[in-house]
Write a protein that binds this ligand. Sequence first.
Ligand SMILES: Nc1ncnc2c1ncn2[C@@H]1O[C@H](COP(=O)(O)OP(=O)(O)OP(=O)(O)O)[C@@H](O)[C@H]1O
Ligand SMILES: [Mg+2]
Length: 148
Amino acid sequence: MRDTVTPVEAAIHLDHVSKEFGKPGTEATYRAVDGLNLDVRPGQMLALLGKTGCGKSTIFNMIAGLTEPTSGTVRVSGRDPFSDFDSFRGRIAIVFQNDRLLPWRTAIQNVELGLEMLDVDAPARLDRTCLCDQRQYSLMRRAVLGAG
Ligand SMILES: Nc1ncnc2c1ncn2[C@@H]1O[C@H](COP(=O)(O)OP(=O)(O)OP(=O)(O)O)[C@@H](O)[C@H]1O
Ligand SMILES: [Mg+2]
């Protein structure tokens, strides 16, 4: 089995990636990720382990296109996840450490949020998210779609 994977076949490719927080060029700058090289091939499972604050979430945020590296190159399936963010919509998923529930929405509406962002219509969203029993489902369907 090979230990290395070339960038061309990598699903995730990081080349000398660094991320600094704070004002660039000042002493207030903090380098959270420093020159990271990483290649992950399609289907490969990878665990990033490290003590708290070592930069794991920062790395995931760059791979997901949520934050831009200060320097270096991040590629997912050959594309830049930050500048090409829209093309990854619905194709990259993250389970965050803390919940990201919107308190003004119901539990089901929170579950529906991802489908809303993918422009899935209300009936299809309900079909795919409803966790309740058949009777509750019928009532909710009537409430969302109106009688009929
Ligand atoms: N937006 C930010 N502004 C300034 N510093 C930040 C920011 N985000 C992260 N940091 C700092 O960068 C470092 C890495 O943070 P990160 O959240 O990536 O660590 P982590 O490995 O995920 O930690 P944990 O195991 O606690 O989740 C930490 O010192 C953190 O304080
Ligand atoms: Mg973290």
